[in-house]
Write a protein that binds this ligand. Structure first.
Ligand code: ADP
Ligand code: MG
Length: 384
């Protein structure tokens, strides 16, 4: 069943990158924390067959078997990861294909969302011992580049930014807020650091440092803020020869996003959404849920302009992009409401369709003869 699942996922991703398709949605359940166990927490989530999630207010196996039909709720996702799933497995299933696509000049993005404490930062950034998707993606990227070193020369640039309280900040070089501008490639943060990366080794340090720069709430100084969104952008640019021997410049962008805590902010209907708008609630997350609603309902107008986050993610959500969502959930019955809300949104996100598009490719030179081709190749190798 495992391989079949992987093949299915590949088929969906292939469709995404050629013909437009829905976004892939995964759920990751984190282990029960020691603190929760000691506090008498019971587990209210079960994952079956690596796909199905049962949410029930009943804890024991007996309760579950007896009552699931009465009180439980059942969801199905592209894959659901039980609490002992490794970082590597999460990476391989959710993101490895996107890294491959980025090398073909396509864009991809992976979001983690869920309540504060549900495991978003662990999934995205991870720890030095157990690095997460951001680090594993860059590692894999460099491995793949090395394997194809004869293909041409590559450049990898990293940017790491934060949206906090409708302000965009550079996490690699903290300072004044950045201004968003629209250019040919879409919305860009003006003056954002583009860090040229040469190897994996430096990346974990860089990202940990960047994460330290995330805004902390005055009341929770030991914790990065539950209201800060962190976005890592990995841009890969390289030159290759295409089938007709033209030298082309390919650019692929991978965005890896650790969203702010979704507690209270992701209202499930428009009325609640409106009533929350005046309150001191994360505007970017509200705007994100409005955009998801509009996209799912096939509305002509999608309100991307309502927040900094949705402006930055415009091409990832509705545009030409392979998009993956990872919903993080806690097993504890104390988080039942938040988990229910997160699963609801994950379920809804399955309905978003992405657009069809071609690779980002620009023809640089058309060789005129065999000798020109040879010269060109030599030049490329030299630069490399
Ligand atoms: P969030 O970013 O969603 O607020 P964190 O990623 O900081 O949540 O996770 C909260 C705590 O749970 C952290 O101490 C983290 O190390 C731990 N944790 C989260 N997910 C896992 C996991 N899959 N395995 C082990 N520990 C985890
Ligand atoms: Mg976090």
């Amino acid at each position: 069943a495992g391989t079949q699942n992987v093949n299915e996922l590949q088929a969906i991703l292939e469709k995404q990158s050629t013909g437009g398709s829905r976004i892939l949605v995964f759920v990751r359940l984190r282990p029960m924390a020691k603190r929760e166990k000691e506090g008498g927490s019971r587990s209210c989530v079960r994952i079956v067959n690596r796909r199905e999630v049962y949410l029930t207010e009943f804890a024991t196996e007996n309760d579950y078997l007896r009552l699931k039909r009465l009180r439980g709720r059942h969801f199905t996702f592209d894959a659901s990861f039980p609490d002992l799933t490794t970082q590597q497995e999460v990476y391989s299933t959710t993101t490895a294909e996107l890294v491959e696509a980025v090398l073909q000049g396509r864009n991809g993005s992976v979001f983690c969302y869920g309540a504060t404490g549900a495991g978003k930062t662990y999934t995205m950034l991870g720890t030095v011992e157990n690095p997460g998707v951001m680090v594993l993606a860059i590692k894999d990227l460099f491995n793949k580049i090395r394997q194809r070193s004869c293909d041409g020369n590559h450049e990898v640039h990293l940017s790491y930014l934060e949206v906090y309280n409708e302000t965009v900040r550079d996490l690699l070089s903290p300072g004044r807020p950045l201004v968003l501008r629209e250019d040919k490639q879409g919305i860009v943060a003006h003056g954002l650091t583009q860090y040229r990366a040469y190897s994996t080794d430096e990346v974990m340090d860089l990202l940990l440092q960047g994460n330290q720069n995330r805004t902390t709430e005055p009341t929770r100084v030991n914790e990065t803020s539950s209201r800060s969104h962190a976005i890592l952008q990995v841009v890969v640019e390289y030159r290759v020869k295409d089938a007709s021997n033209n030298v082309v410049n390919r650019v692929g962008k991978l965005s890896l996003i650790d969203l702010a805590g979704s507690e209270r902010a992701l209202a499930t209907d428009q009325r609640t959404l409106r009533s929350l708008e005046g309150a001191n609630i994360n505007r970017s997350l509200l705007a994100l849920s409005s955009c998801i609603n509009a996209l799912v309902e096939g509305k002509k107008h999608v309100p991307y302009r309502n927040s900094k986050l949705t402006q930055l993610l415009k091409d990832s959500l509705g545009g030409a992009c392979n998009t993956v969502m990872i919903a993080n959930i806690s097993p504890s019955n104390l988080s039942f409401g938040e988990t229910q809300n997160t699963l609801h949104w994950a379920d809804r996100a399955k309905e978003i369709r992405t657009k069809a598009y071609d690779a980002n490719e620009e023809i640089l030179q058309v060789p005129e003869s065999e000798t020109d081709q040879a010269k060109l190749l030599l030049e490329l190798q030299k630069e490399n």
